[in-house]
Design a binder for this molecule. Structure first.
Ligand SMILES: [Zn+2]
Ligand SMILES: [Zn+2]
Length: 227
């Protein structure tokens, strides 16, 4: 049976018959905020698979890695047999989500067009939001006040909000006795993830972010939130 890369322990031996070409990884202590719990409860494990045909990202979460793997496997089985019906939701770059299963991929032409040649593209955009295709990217205007980081995710999340979110996530880690540097990442499917040691805090919905911030909001200026 296949083994999965495990973020916290020795490689995990898969219980499901994953094909060899699918990369899988898991974590025994994935911290997840439950969307149904008022301010976030934890489950303790996650399992992720990256099938190639069709190319997508699947994730299962549960109390144990086994449970997370089973949920991920069930999603994979559904993806394989689903008669996909894709919808863009709020995206304009051609990336779309199946209405019935967990499949998501770039399957449509972008709705945005190159400002030079009018070809549908989402190749790149400048600081004013003007779109350029690959051929015309050389005309892209430079931001007179470039951001300090070259991470696209920071541009999509206003810096002040992101900072607040990171501080709240840090406090939640500390509350759980988890120390160390907290790192931030936005996944391909738009989840916001915070990493601290071998723990992962995943925020999948705006509501979770707001609840997290609300709960760990500083009581007054400079209180608690100062580094
Ligand atoms: Zn589907
Ligand atoms: Zn163009």
């Amino acid at each position: 049976m296949k083994t999965a890369r495990n973020s916290s322990n020795k490689p995990y031996e898969c219980k499901q018959p994953w094909p060899e070409e699918i990369f899988v990884q898991c974590g025994g202590h994935g911290l997840v905020i439950d969307s149904k719990a008022p301010e976030g409860s934890y489950t303790t494990a996650f399992f992720e698979a990256f099938p190639k045909a069709p190319s997508c990202f699947l994730r299962g979460e549960g109390a144990t890695v086994e449970e997370a793997e089973e949920k991920c496997w069930n999603k994979y089985q559904k993806v394989l047999t689903c008669d996909h019906e894709m919808e863009r939701r709020d995206r304009t770059d051609g990336y779309a989500y199946c209405k019935h299963c967990s499949y998501a991929s770039t399957v449509f032409a972008p709705l945005t067009k190159c400002c030079k040649c009018n070809t549908p593209t989402a190749y790149t955009q400048d600081y004013r939001g003007k779109i350029y295709c690959k051929k015309h990217k050389r005309f892209k205007s430079k931001d007179p006040n470039p951001p300090r980081f070259f991470d696209d995710s920071l541009k999509r999340t206003p810096r002040k909000y992101k900072k607040l979110l990171k501080k709240a996530a840090t406090k939640k880690f500390r509350e759980g006795g988890i120390l160390g540097k907290v790192k931030y990442q936005i996944s391909v499917i738009g989840d916001k993830k915070f990493f601290c040691g071998d723990k992962v805090l995943t925020l999948m919905f705006k509501r979770q972010e707001l609840m997290l911030i609300g709960r760990f909001k500083p009581k007054r200026e400079g209180d608690e939130f100062s580094d």
